[in-house]
Ligand binder design. Structure first.
Ligand code: SAM
Length: 239
């Protein structure tokens, strides 16, 4: 499997992704604002509007990190479980929740590839900017399908391939030159941000990723570009 520009063993990728997020956890939220010019907030708002959580539903926010998606989902009154493989990211999330007085979330360590939850447990599964960091993506999609109830919905927010002419070049220049520099400047960690950019570049395009979701068993799959496809929302249903 690939880690940035390198080919590495699967366990090694998982270990290195762990190191990336342990390293950036304390500055993760600041970096998101700096690198997206605050846009990630709008993408996340839009994503959660698309998910339309309802009071009484159970939702698993996978790779939930420091809680950005879960905080938004929980406003609806849904019962939200935040799961992430990285305890440092979760710890920052727990602290942020306490600061905001949000006390109805469940935080748990989990690997998206092998979940501890029973079959048909959740009404919804969300994963935002998480799936491209997972080593075995088909395994994670199968697990998402397994833990959803019949009628349950899968939603994924992820960077994608922009379809606007000209924009790709501007974005490439920005991401390959500026992002690692910002990483160095703000987090003293150029390598982590180089990995993040390379992982975006290597992620499957919208039709390919939509096909993978279908292969995991979901039906009525959709891929919706946001901002010309710089970011995309993928979704599917379990029946
Ligand atoms: N969803 C949050 C957000 O939108 O701000 C966090 C996204 S962050 C870019 C990616 C997260 O994926 C990290 O917290 C990382 O620990 C997590 N992650 C990576 N591989 C994972 C895996 N196999 N299982 C669960 N979480 C994973």
């Amino acid at each position: 499997v690939s880690f940035g520009y390198e080919d590495v063993a699967p366990e090694e990728k998982t270990r290195r992704v762990g190191a990336v997020f342990s390293n950036v956890a304390s500055r993760y939220d600041l970096m998101n604002d700096a690198m997206s010019g605050g846009l990630h907030r709008l993408w996340k708002d839009r994503f959660v509007r698309r998910v339309k959580p309802q009071a009484g539903e159970t939702i698993l926010d996978m790779a939930g990190g420091t809680g950005d998606i879960a905080f938004r989902l929980a406003k609806s009154g849904a019962a939200v479980t935040v799961a992430d493989i990285n305890p440092e990211m979760l710890a920052v999330g727990v602290e942020r929740a306490a600061e905001r007085g949000i006390d109805n979330l469940v935080w748990t360590e989990a690997n998206a590839e092998k979940l501890q939850f029973p079959d048909r447990f959740f009404d919804g599964y969300t994963i935002a900017f998480g799936i491209r960091n997972v080593t075995d993506i088909p395994a994670a999609l199968r697990e998402a399908h397994r833990v959803l109830k019949r009628g349950g919905r899968f939603f994924c927010l992820e960077f994608s391939t922009t379809v606007w002419p000209g924009f790709a070049q501007v974005y490439d220049a920005y991401s390959h030159h500026l992002v690692p520099k910002l990483g160095k400047l703000l987090a003293d960690d150029e390598d982590s941000y180089r990995y993040l950019i390379e992982s975006i570049r290597r992620f499957p395009d919208m039709p390919s990723f939509e096909r993978m979701i279908g292969e995991a068993g979901f039906i009525r799959t959709r891929a919706e570009p946001v901002l010309g496809g710089l970011v995309a929302i993928h979704s599917g249903w379990k029946i």
